[in-house]
Design a protein around this ligand. Sequence first.
Ligand code: DGL
Length: 266
Amino acid sequence: MDNRPIGVLDSGLGGLTVLKKVIEKMPNESTIFIGDQANMPYGDRSREEIISLTRDSVNFLLSKDVKIIIFGCNTATAVAMSTIQKEIPLQIIGVVQSGALAAARTTDTKNVAVIGTNATVDSHSYLKEIQYRDPEIQVSEFAQPQLAPLAEEDPSEDIKKVVVKESLASLKDADYDTLVLGCTHYPLLRDEIVEVVGQDKKIVDPADQVAQYTYNVLRRDGLFAAEGHDTKHEYYTTGEAKKFTEITRQWMNDDTINGYHVNAEE
Ligand code: DGL
């Protein structure tokens, strides 16, 4: 038994889509979330910057005595995870590996499309991880640099529709039956994405598999929290706490949430 919290990080609010699934799957577990909103988007940054910023958030979570760390960010997983995993004793769980597994299991035609940030697409992490599981699967990757900032701003429905349609035009002639939401911000735009790609495409949100995998790891390592312990959820941002709290309450469906500002570089 281990009552320490599960740590979840992202460049911004997208990681909440992962956190939500983790809490749904393991309601007895405490969690600590940090969104590095002051530095998002990570997707347009250099490898060095992404590693350094992710390391700051990891160190913040370590200072909070977490028992495991989930990178609720595809960009951080694709670019920084292998480097940072060598530096810390705790296990890191990334979203890309789970998303790749889910995609390989979901596709019938063996044609998968992945949308993600520039950095995730440039790393070809999804291509490698999916073909590692099934070399016959054809993977087409499409960078959508406009979409994470769009989800983060949470603008009107009309603006979301226009920007998503414009952005996804690059997929128009692609051949795929399964679309991976390869950025944790995209589930926040899921309805708009489905409207453009069509109901017939199968959508993979890696968060479901991440929650399942985290559950498996905690069970394997005897790390579940004790039944009846005092479960807590803490929310931190490197950005502005008021707006963060507002959106987090809305997305997590919980009006009791308070978000706090933190400077992860300290
Ligand atoms: N949510 C992040 C991801 O999954 C990235 C958004 C960004 O900061 O560019 O890739």
